[in-house]
Design a protein around this ligand. Structure first.
Ligand code: IPM
Ligand code: MG
Length: 352
């Protein structure tokens, strides 16, 4: 079996971490008996520099015809005043691929509990999955700006809410059976519809799932007070953007987290949740674990479950051995962390 993966290294630290993830994917593929054909395309700021736009027709085609798309990161101050920002390429890609469900897990590894900015006793046992709606809401509504007035319109349809809620309920069923739906139903009409649709679906199709609702401001507070009390959270695009950055601090570094953006069929889009970190770009300092977690999620989307498990086991072994990059107080460079991970994959395979 050969899978086609389109690689979008993007900007800043994107190319460094993508290179590590690629080597890990290649290696685990050979251990698990499949292979991968990578196609690399310019995306984001790199594509603006080369072609004048963040997402070219050619790159989009290469993404649409792949089994999975892997993205590093986009953006940077260099393009702050570009007519079209690199981020617009990412939004257009998400929309074109129809990846409406963004899965952002944040779990605290016991070896890392003292790396979190929160007290270790508070974060211990945290294992939350944020399911963020990714192709609707205020990100994609009508917008307008004049000299004196600007507006961004937020719209959600019942169908959009139903499909993301279903993904979240199903994820809760695979995990600990608890779903928290986050909205602002005390103020917003979109949130009132959101709450009604999620409640209906829960009663009708998922009576086994413990469902509760929380306003987004309260959820932001509870995430710091009782992070371990959450299992799956589901929320709209903008709230999910904010809450997932907040959640990313629980495990100790934003550099650890990966995300999967899924639609009803392949390809999914896989990326670390961090940005392009222009301040450390090109210095081989970045933490590649977020990209590697995204690679594990990519393997799951291809039903290569054993390969995904191998990758996560190797990452866990590195955490247990304290083999970290600088953001976690370790001494490994980005590329060294990649080499170590491949060695771990190899020694696990020999031991098995
Ligand atoms: C994210 C990012 C993006 C978003 C930006 C880069 C457009 O913050 O993936 O969370 O807001 O969705
Ligand atoms: Mg974000």
């Amino acid at each position: 079996m050969t899978y086609k993966i389109t690689l979008l290294p993007g900007d800043g630290i994107g190319p460094e971490i993508t290179q590590v993830a690629r080597a890990v994917l290649d290696h685990v593929a050979s251990l698990s008996g499949f292979s991968i054909k990578f196609t690399e395309c310019a995306f984001g700021g790199a594509s603006i520099d080369q072609y004048g736009e963040p997402l070219t027709e050619k790159t989009l085609k290469a993404c649409q015809s792949a089994d999975a798309v892997f993205l590093g990161a986009v953006g940077g101050p260099k393009w702050d005043h570009a007519p079209e920002r690199p981020e617009m390429g990412l939004l257009a890609l998400r929309k074109a691929l129809g990846v409406y469900a963004n899965l952002r897990p944040a779990a605290v590894h016991p070896a890392l509990a003292d790396k979190s900015p929160l007290r270790p006793d508070l974060v211990a046992g945290t294992d939350v999955l944020i399911v963020r709606e990714l192709t609707g809401g205020i990100y994609f509504g009508e917008r307008e700006r004049t000299e004196d007035k600007a507006s961004d319109k937020c719209t959600y349809t019942r169908a959009e809410i139903e499909r993301i809620a279903r993904v979240a309920f199903e994820q809760a069923r695979l995990r600990r059976g608890k779903l928290t739906s986050v909205d602002k139903a005390n103020v917003l009409e979109t949130s009132k519809l959101w709450r009604a649709v999620v409640t209906e679906m829960g009663q009708r199709d998922f009576p086994d799932i413990e469902l509760d609702h929380m306003y987004v401001d309260a959820a932001a507070m509870h995430m710091l007070r009782h992070p371990a009390s959450f299992d799956v959270m589901v929320t709209e695009n903008m709230f999910g953007d904010i809450l997932s950055d907040e959640a990313s601090m629980l495990p100790g570094s934003i550099g650890l987290l990966g995300s999967a953006s899924l639609g009803d069929q392949r390809p999914g889009l896989f990326e670390p949740i961090h940005g392009s970190a222009p301040d450390i770009a090109g210095q081989d300092k970045a933490n590649p674990f977020g990209a590697i977690e995204a690679a594990a999620q990519l393997l799951e989307s291809l039903d290569e479950i054993e390969a995904a498990k191998r990758v996560r086991a190797a990452v866990n072994a590195m955490h247990e051995a304290g083999e970290w990059t600088g953001d976690l107080g370790g001494s490994l460079t980005c590329s060294q962390a990649g080499v170590k991970l491949v060695e771990r994959l190899e020694s696990q395979a020999v031991a098995a």
